[in-house]
Design a protein around this ligand. Structure first.
Ligand code: LLP
Length: 430
């Protein structure tokens, strides 16, 4: 993590004028060229996180980047370079992954309501694994594979009934969830039986589970691994079937303000330790699906300050030129972000402000109650850790145009996604 702020990339620095630099580029220069709101990704930071993860997993493991966190073709090139695969959860994500040159065997398909045509495409393309989310879907995969005279590689997504300490909307492993096949109700056992009874149509690679996101402790993962491994042992005792692959999903948290997540290497170490303890080391392949932990802190959002409004002694609102249309997370989950006065890095904090977006919603607040120096219209405000789940969840609310995206590296900046234009919006009208 960077010295400037724990949630900024390593490359973050401050120039002699007190201007924040990212990837060797002054943010004022970036804004002059590309405007605001601007999303800036640090290439070295992404490559470093990918390679840490791929190295820690070793030859008996694999990383499938969860592209729902952020997806664009420039990033697929880095994934290929790092030897990572991809986790997709829709036909569009699948199409983009393929267009970006990801080999089908490195693609894994998720979703709790995969359509027939999507399943057929995944099977026809012989993707690495379809992660089967329910008993009915399993039957559909079996009949589709038979129709195509192909054998689909599958993982069963189990619902382990585990509560991770994260926002209710971000938990996926509790029993009362739309995701996965519950272990405790007996459905998971039934699914294994059904899959093993159709060896002509499906190859059961093993078990998957995903318990949530922005998880900061190792404990829920240890519990998850124990649940998956004891399920595997029970199934073995009854049927003699041993999984060749186990996947605890993704969900490792990142630093937004002052959180201290486990390192990726220690997380992978803790997963492996559970496998060893269960006596299942050997050839068991461990596959993980990280999104946020790969891309989150590599991305930084830059906004321009507009109006400042003091409401008596209650609050000072500093309005920015972006907000819930490019980052819905504070409004949707109460997500907390740090804020940095990117053009006044040496100025002392003199006030507590609330950073508001320009959209017509009282809840359009990016950061509430943050200490800042005096901010004048035109000053740049930076939100670190904006790389995951901001742009993919962005909207055109109030006619907002989706921001431009720039990749910085070693003093150079490349525009990788242009800002949306009014013509783009009008082009949808028939
Ligand atoms: N695998 C599965 C099956 C998933 O559903 C997810 C995320 C991941 C992996 C990757 O999780 P990550 O490593 O990125 O935490 N919009 C929310 C996050 C939703 C996550 C959905 N699933 C947010 O802004 O926090």
């Amino acid at each position: 993590m960077g010295d400037v702020h724990p949630a900024l990339p390593e490359s973050a620095a401050i120039d002699g004028d007190g201007v924040l630099m990212l990837g060797g580029c002054r943010i004022t220069d970036l804004v002059e060229r590309f405007g605001t709101p601007l999303y800036v990704f640090d290439r070295a930071s992404i490559l470093e996180r990918l390679s840490t993860c791929v190295t820690a997993l070793g030859p008996n493991g694999s990383l499938h980047y969860a592209c729902k966190a952020y997806l664009a073709t420039w990033l697929l090139k880095l994934l290929r370079q790092a030897g990572a695969g991809i986790d997709v959860c829709s036909s569009s994500e699948l199409a983009i992954a393929i267009a970006g040159g990801i080999e089908p065997q490195h693609i894994r398909l998720h979703g709790n309501n995969k359509s027939g045509p999507l399943l057929a495409e995944a099977i026809a393309r012989c993707i690495g694994a379809i992660v089967v989310d329910g008993l009915a879907e399993l039957q559909e995969v079996i009949s589709c594979a038979r129709g195509l005279r192909l054998r689909a590689s599958i993982l069963l997504r189990l619902n382990p009934g585990i509560e991770a300490h994260t926002h209710r909307y971000l938990q996926t492993g509790i029993l009362d969830s739309k995701f996965g096949i519950p272990v405790t109700t007996g459905d998971a056992r039934l699914a294994v039986g059904n899959a093993l009874a159709a060896p002509d149509a499906v190859e059961l690679l093993g078990y998957h589970a995903h318990i949530g996101t922005q998880i900061l402790e190792l404990e829920p993962y240890e519990l998850l691994m124990q649940t998956l491994l004891s399920f595997a042992k029970e199934v073995y005792a009854e049927t003699g079937y041993t999984p060749s692959q186990l996947s605890p999903g993704g969900g490792v948290g990142i630093t937004y303000t002052d959180e201290t997540p486990p390192s990726l290497a220690s997380w992978i170490g803790a997963l492996r330790e559970q496998v060893e303890r269960a006596g299942m080391g050997g050839s068991l392949h461990l596959s993980v699906e990280l999104g946020r932990a790969i891309i989150g802190t590599a991305g930084t959002a830059i906004y321009t300050t507009g109006t400042v409004k003091r409401v008596g002694d209650i609050r000072t609102f500093v309005s920015l030129d972006g907000g819930m249309a490019d980052n819905i997370r504070p409004a949707l989950y109460g997500a907390r972000y740090a804020a940095i006065a990117g053009t006044k890095m040496h100025a002392p904090n003199t006030q507590t402000v609330t950073l508001a977006g320009p959209y017509c919603e009282s809840g359009d607040l990016l950061v509430a109650g943050v200490d800042m120096p005096n901010l004048d219209p035109g000053d740049l405000v930076v939100l670190p850790a904006a790389g995951a789940y901001c742009l993919p969840m962005s909207s055109n609310y109030n006619g907002a145009l989706r921001p431009a995206v720039v990749v910085v590296d070693n003093g150079s900046a490349a525009l990788v996604q242009r800002r949306q234009t009014l013509q783009d919006l009008l082009a949808l009208d028939v």
